[in-house]
Write a protein that binds this ligand. Structure first.
Ligand code: UTP
Length: 285
């Protein structure tokens, strides 16, 4: 299956950092967010990946391109572990790039993937969201796709008072974790929200989504909203939502980025004790 990673957005929530550096290159401990995303796609079986970028975000392409001089330098100084780490970036997939010329939203970005994808189902992973769990989150969705042969989106439970920050689903329970979609609502008022299940940055779509994207007018913020296209698709085809077992982290939001970094760093034995000690001291101040 092919995977598409939209990474063209302005990243206004992370200014001033994102003025010159793509937010998808922000490091979670020592790896850029988008490298985690590519690794999740590869671990889920994607062999062809399209990254959608925009002007000024070419550093994303450079990150996945080999750097022969740097490799030679590491080789000469016998830094074999570093060399291997460097060579493994993006391994397992062939990565392609396309420019989104006008930044008219996530829906607008995905329109650029049509000729790359062709008439096949495909995966979408947002380039500024990382996930963790026992298995790659996308592979959970692909399992549902294989069984249902229908589009499926990842959802996660969020506290009701926070649903206004997300797109949430209106669905009918199929089994413990799977919902058949009736509709989707973008950023609802908590009192009117059909559920507290928020769309969580990973999707598998049938190619019919492209026809709907073409027909979707600009909506909120004058952008082509993917949720609007999905609302059209759900009227036309069966669609599902899977409450994923893994956890997702939005690195495009400052506070969420800080918490993600901390959580990932605490999983690293070389940093854990030092960080815990630091936190203990802070708590006792
Ligand atoms: P966001 O919804 O976080 O939008 O995009 P954004 O514009 O990048 O960020 P803020 O809200 O201004 O801070 C989710 C993903 O979709 C991509 C982004 O790069 C990000 O990986 N995206 C967004 C596009 O590829 N094109 C767009 O026009 C908008």
């Amino acid at each position: 299956m092919k995977a598409v990673i939209p990474a063209a957005g302005f990243g206004t929530r992370f200014l001033p950092f994102t003025k010159s550096v793509p937010k998808e290159l922000i490091p979670i401990v020592d790896k850029p967010v988008i490298q985690y995303v590519v690794e999740e796609a590869v671990a889920s079986g994607a062999e062809e990946i399209l990254i959608i970028i925009s002007s000024g975000k070419e550093a994303i392409c450079r990150h996945f391109n080999p750097e022969f001089e740097l490799e030679q330098r590491l080789e000469a100084s016998c830094k074999t572990a570093r060399l291997e780490e460097l060579r493994s970036i993006g391994r397992g997939a062939s990565i392609h790039y396309i420019y989104q010329k006008e930044l008219d939203g996530l829906g607008g970005a995905l329109r650029y993937a049509r000729s790359f994808v062709g008439n096949e189902p495909f995966a979408v992973l947002l380039g500024d969201n990382v996930t963790s769990g026992e298995r790659p989150m996308l592979s959970e969705l692909l399992e549902v796709y294989r069984e249902k042969k229908a589009s499926v989106v990842a959802v996660e439970e969020v506290p009701t008072e926070r649903v206004r920050r997300y797109g949430v689903i209106d669905g009918v329970t199929q089994d413990r974790l799977l919902y058949r979609l009736r509709d989707l609502v973008e950023k609802p008022d908590p009192s009117a929200a059909p559920s507290n299940l928020a769309i969580a940055s990973r999707y598998v779509f049938t190619p019919a989504i492209f026809e709907e994207l073409e027909q979707t007018p600009r909506g909120k913020n004058n952008e082509v909203q993917l949720t609007d296209a999905m609302r059209r698709l759900v009227k036309r085809e069966e669609m599902y939502a899977l409450k994923v077992r893994g956890k997702r982290y939005d690195a495009g939001d400052k506070l969420s980025f800080l918490l993600t970094t901390l959580e990932f760093a605490l999983k690293r034995p070389e940093y854990r004790d030092v960080l815990l000690e630091f936190m203990r001291k802070e708590l006792n101040r």
